[in-house]
Design a protein around this ligand. Structure first.
Ligand code: ATP
Ligand code: MG
Length: 699
């Protein structure tokens, strides 16, 4: 078992008390690794203090995890083949001898090919029609809708028939540009029902970004809504769509623009927006359809959807996910990582414009027959208690958000969550970035009252679902670490220079880039219309492996710590420094809400560290504060990491999915502002000029 070692002591017998010192030890580990030295000896005992307190029914012990994981790697066809038969309804069974075909070297992976199934059927029609499928809460807390599986199934059939009536066929790409309303989830599922390929474009994107995604996918149908609502503000989606249409060079490409009307009243003849020649009002069209549509038999390898990455590191990539493998992986990871049980109310507050919304708002929970919670608003509307209020009112059992939201809410202190009854919670999830131990601890102690498992789920748009994560009651938690690989994921750490698997040093630790050695069902199969790019970005850098693009450290017990993007790694005097470590030290200061660090060319050191920080409410920029931050980095990471430049900024360049775009900061500090690259996924493009001014002043 090598990497997983025998280091973990059994942990069930240990108490429910959380020992904060363990968090500190973890930081100490990261900082020692960063220095290239030996980490302090961490006793397994101290980990046991922060181990899962929620007992899983699915897999009963860590030993069992190790056995199942090893078996899933040794014989992936058996592991996934058995699950696929048990977990999905097939119209035509797949061939047992051809569960997995192709490989990572050739880039021709196929799972369950030849088998036929329909994902919408599996997600809706096969479940108890009277069970609650979806709870939606709109921008205003009192705007609530609840739908059963039966109601959703009927409406999805009606939407599917409406699409057919507009000429949409199996294999056509349907672009969806909609707010987070139940019709969005149902439109995605309607596409799946008739075998159309959906391409959801996050409704915060500009007209240009939408137009380029429509053109790239040669999508002839666009589905939108008159408007979205976020934080009390009206977002004129239909107006943006009209502008996007102007940007599309091939004027004949889009045949129909189907528009949901949020204020639509049955029988009303008024459209609440300006009708253009290609516009069709969706509500009356759907209302006219029969509530039954036969599910299209899809080959397991037929495309299910296209989705773009967040664009943190460059031009977003349009990844293609297929039917059988994705559905199985979304279902299995949701069930296992969140320890889903009957009656659970599963809340992932991500937007369906991102993979997290696809896998953990729509497909994963519904394929499991669970109740999924869908949220339109922001964490701070109408106030910073919104999440906690929703958890209390809907008795949410699993809650899944991103570190950036946790850090934002931490700024308001411990009081808001403590005002609500959060006792329904069992599992708290984190996704999108490494979660710094400070935020982890707040999430665990204040939100979870030290009684919930925090799952730190590491994955990507490309992976379809979690690939490294702890599992409630099964594998240990460790603040700042996404811990161990998911079942069927053969995670390896490669030497970026040689491409060989890194051998553990004397202490059993390794450092390098994160890769996967075997195909898994949820992996994206190609980049839309550009298989060469898929090969170049993911499979060719290290032949035989899937390359994630992330740097990682693994401790002697097999726990993974993602240290940042490979592209963002800073090299100071020969030390490779992950952005996550320095940023974590900065946000550990009570005055810092968010931090981003990048390297700046330096004559002697190679690179110097530049830090950008956002202050918490009540803190002001001062020489003392800057000094304290330098000290914090020195003591947490090491003196060689002390930032050469610390810039206080009102905000940071974030992608619309809430991730820091360090490449923009890197260009700004290097003075290369004329080559910033693609900034279309920036949430607030005006921040670029503010930062250029700031950096100019402090230089
Ligand atoms: P692009 O690929 O366009 O640069 P992106 O990588 O931000 O954008 P996503 O697919 O949304 O697009 O994000 C995946 C990345 O997010 C991972 O590669 C990793 O860097 C980071 N990430 C996600 N979850 C975690 C986690 N739990 N811990 C650490 N990092 C995470
Ligand atoms: Mg990426």
């Amino acid at each position: 078992m090598g990497a997983f070692g025998e280091g973990f002591a059994p942990f069930y017998s240990h108490g429910r008390h959380h020992d904060p010192s363990a968090v500190g030890q973890n930081q100490a580990f990261i900082r020692t690794i960063a220095r290239g030295g030996a980490a302090p000896k961490m006793s397994s005992e101290s980990y046991n203090e922060i181990l899962p307190v929620y007992d899983a029914k699915t897999v009963s012990s860590f030993d069992k995890y190790k056995k199942i994981h090893a078996a899933s790697i040794a014989d992936p066809s058996k592991y996934w083949g058995d699950l696929a038969k048990a977990d999905l309804d097939w119209m035509v069974p797949f061939d047992d001898t051809k569960v997995l075909q192709g490989d990572l070297t050739k880039g021709d992976v196929r799972w369950f090919a030849g088998g036929k199934l329909n994902v919408a059927y599996n997600a809706l029609d096969r479940h108890d029609p009277d069970a609650l499928a979806l709870i939606w809460e709109g921008d205003e807390p009192n705007d609530i809708r609840k739908l059963t599986f039966g109601e959703m199934s009927n409406k999805v059939s009606q939407i599917a028939n409406a699409l057919k009536a507009k000429g949409v066929k199996k294999g056509d790409v349907v672009t969806i540009y909609m707010p987070m309303i139940p019709e969005l989830a149902m439109t995605m599922l309607a596409c799946a029902k008739i075998g159309a390929v959906h391409s959801v474009v996050f409704a915060g994107f500009s007209a240009e970004a939408l137009a380029s995604r429509i053109q790239a996918a040669k999508s002839e149908v666009l589905i939108t809504a008159d408007h979205g609502l976020r934080g009390g503000k009206n977002i004129a989606l239909k107006y943006i769509v009209d502008q996007a249409m102007e940007h599309i060079t091939d004027k004949d490409l889009v045949k129909n623009v189907l528009v949901w009307g949020r204020e639509y009243k049955e029988g009303s003849s008024e459209a609440p927006y300006q009708m253009k020649p290609k516009d069709v009002r969706m509500d009356p069209l759907v209302a006219d359809q029969r509530p039954y549509c036969a599910p299209e038999p899809m080959d397991a390898e037929d495309n299910l959807f296209i989705l773009y990455t967040s664009g943190s590191t460059g031009m977003p990539k349009g990844l293609v996910h297929t039917t059988g493998g994705y559905a199985l992986y979304a279902k299995h990871t949701t069930k296992t990582t969140f320890d889903l049980a009957p009656g659970d109310i599963f809340a992932c507050v991500a937007d369906c414009g991102w993979i997290t919304g696809h896998s953990y708002v729509v497909y994963g929970p519904l394929l499991n027959g669970a109740t999924t919670f869908m949220f339109e608003s922001t964490p701070v509307y109408p106030d910073e208690g919104r999440y906690w209020d929703m958890i209390q009112r809907h008795k949410i059992t699993q809650f899944y958000t991103a570190p950036t939201a946790i850090r934002l809410l931490m700024r308001y202190g411990d009081e808001p969550p403590s005002k609500y009854d959060l006792s329904s919670l069992k599992v708290l999830g984190s996704v999108g970035e490494p979660i710094n131990p400070e935020a982890w601890r707040w999430y665990y102690e204040i939100v979870g009252r030290s009684e919930c498992t925090v799952v730190d789920t590491y994955w990507q748009t490309e992976t379809g679902g979690h690939i490294v994560t702890n599992l409630p009651g099964v594998t240990p938690m460790k603040p700042g670490s996404c811990t161990l690989p998911f079942y069927g994921v053969d995670a390896v750490v490669l030497d970026p220079a040689t491409g060989h698997i890194v051998e553990p040093d004397a202490t059993g630790r390794v450092e390098g880039v994160m890769a996967v050695r075997q195909p898994w069902p949820g992996m994206a199969r190609t980049c839309l219309g550009d298989h060469a790019r898929y090969m170049t970005v993911y499979l060719k850098p290290y032949p035989g492996y899937y390359f994630t693009g992330d740097s990682v450290q693994r401790d002697e017990e097999g726990n993974h710590f993602i240290t940042g993007r490979v592209d963002d790694v800073i090299n100071v005097s020969g030390h490779r420094i992950g952005t996550a470590e320095v940023e974590s030290a900065l946000v550990a200061h009570p005055g810092i809400a968010q931090a981003a660090v990048v390297g700046k060319p330096h004559d002697i050191k190679g690179q110097a560290i530049c830090a950008f920080v956002m202050l918490r409410n009540g803190y002001e920029e001062s020489d003392d504060l800057i000094q304290e931050l330098r000290l914090s980095v020195r003591s947490e990471v090491g003196s060689f990491c002390s930032p050469d430049m610390i810039i206080v900024t009102p905000s940071l360049p974030m992608t619309r999915s809430g991730k820091i775009m360090r490449r923009i900061l890197r260009k700004i500090v290097a003075g290369e502002t004329d080559t910033l690259g693609d900034t279309s996924t920036l949430a607030d493009p005006s921040i670029v000029d503010t930062l250029i001014d700031k950096v100019g002043i402090s230089d």
